[in-house]
Design a protein around this ligand. Structure first.
Ligand SMILES: CSCC[C@H](NC=O)C(=O)O
Ligand SMILES: [Zn+2]
Ligand SMILES: [Zn+2]
Length: 400
């Protein structure tokens, strides 16, 4: 028999909140239905029409205290459907030889599993009748996969957000590929940059000097060398390299454009890079390095994001909320490991608003498949994560 939490999780996965045209209306309807069934208060806030932030609340016995927020995003990244063994929005429950089940769907890991675990944890809390002092909020945000511009980036600056009176945020983490539980209080800065070179044009049969491509090539080459050097710093960790990725800066050439016809030398050429800058270096100094590189090669540089850096949440075991988190980890026999998030999450906006935020995902021994084909979760890990969040909610919400 399929457990009821799994049935509800699969229903959430079947809603096509896939970028670039996510069905947020159906998603909101599902979340409201859940809130009503569970007995939670709910409110919806749209910073931009059609981009709902759904907020569910279990009101604490002392509503004057700062609240505890559990954040997730509702959107998922696109798929290459022909590369999937199961339809990505059917959320098929596949039985394995060992008797366990996997649930296959886009968003199964990133991050509807977490949103579903929050809902199930709240459901259990409500039906158990357990009291908690602080109000618990489960927040479901749109557009995280496309920079959150009309999602959390805007929302944290609103009165509605201030009214939530959040004191501590639990946010997106990564499932673990071993038996350790990763938690994050800092992440790398997403820094998309476009370099554009302008040069002489002319007939494609000629040795034209000073072409755009001649100017852009040294920039590309230097960045590729930089990338290799950064990678070399962590390569010796072998299979554990993933844990250390946040300690260095990554660079990937993700877009290259220019040229209109094969026999016409292009007048301009653009190379766009996805940089993820480690908090271990000064972000502005890194930006200056890129600016100098552009100037040296007579190339225009454009920073495609307005970020000036990412604040880090202070971590101290004597902090009462952090202590509650550690107690819950201990209770669940977790081996916590404090690392730097290599990707970007909505926690960065919460931290910018001056609120401590911890990214975490309690699922263990899992293949990391966020944004990949055949994304799935192990059903038993999903079910275990519900009890983890249930305890975490109670611990954090009863923190003095
Ligand atoms: C940088 S905004 C997009 C956020 C996205 N987060 C997870 O996949 C990421 O690319 O890291
Ligand atoms: Zn995500
Ligand atoms: Zn993602």
């Amino acid at each position: 028999m399929e457990p009821a939490p799994v049935t509800r999780f699969r229903k959430y996965l079947q809603i096509k909140t896939v970028q670039p045209t996510p069905d947020y209306a159906a998603c909101t309807e599902f979340l409201i239905e859940q809130a009503k069934e569970i007995g939670l208060e709910y409110q919806i806030h749209e910073c931009v029409k059609g981009k709902p932030i759904v907020i569910l609340k279990s009101i604490g016995t002392d509503p004057t205290l700062k609240t505890i927020m559990f954040s997730s995003h509702t959107d998922v990244v696109p798929v290459f459907e022909d590369k999937w063994d199961y339809p990505p929005f059917a959320a098929e429950r596949v039985k394995l030889e060992n008797g366990n089940y996997n649930i296959y769907a886009r968003g199964a890991q990133d991050m509807k599993v977490t949103g579903s675990a929050y809902l199930e944890a709240l459901r259990n809390l409500k039906s158990s009748g357990k009291h908690h002092k602080r109000t618990i909020i489960a927040l479901f945000a749109p557009d995280e996969e496309i920079y959150s511009i009309e999602g959390m980036d805007m929302f944290v600056n609103t009165e509605e957000f201030k009214d939530l009176n959040v004191g501590f945020d639990i946010d997106e983490g990564d499932p673990s590929f071993n038996d350790e539980t990763f938690f994050f209080t800092a992440e790398r800065v997403t820094c998309p940059v476009a370099f554009t070179a302008y040069g002489n044009t002319g007939h494609g049969s000629q040795f034209i000097e000073g072409t755009a491509i001649e100017k852009i090539m040294p920039v590309i080459n230097e960045i590729i060398q930089f990338r290799t050097k950064q990678h070399n710093i962590i390569k010796h960790y072998g299979p554990l390299e993933l844990i250390h990725q946040g300690e260095v800066t990554s660079a990937n050439l993700t877009m290259l454009s220019g040229g209109t016809q094969v026999n016409v030398v292009p007048a301009s050429y653009t190379a766009t890079f996805d940089f993820r800058v480690t908090p271990n270096v000064n972000f502005l100094e890194f930006c200056q390095y890129l600016k100098d590189l552009a100037a040296k090669n007579d190339v225009k540089i454009e920073f495609l994001s307005k970020t000036t850096g990412n604040p880090v949440t202070e971590y101290s075991e004597s902090d009462p909320f952090m202590a509650s988190l550690q107690r819950t980890l201990k209770k669940h026999n977790k081996k916590p490991r404090h690392i730097i998030m290599s990707a970007a999450t909505d926690a960065r906006f919460v931290r910018r608003a001056g609120i401590p935020a911890v990214g975490i995902n309690p699922m263990l021994n899992h293949k990391q498949l966020a944004h990949d084909h055949n994304e799935y979760v192990d059903e038993s890990e999903f079910l275990k994560s519900i009890t983890f969040y249930e305890d975490l909610m109670i611990e954090l919400a009863n923190t003095d």
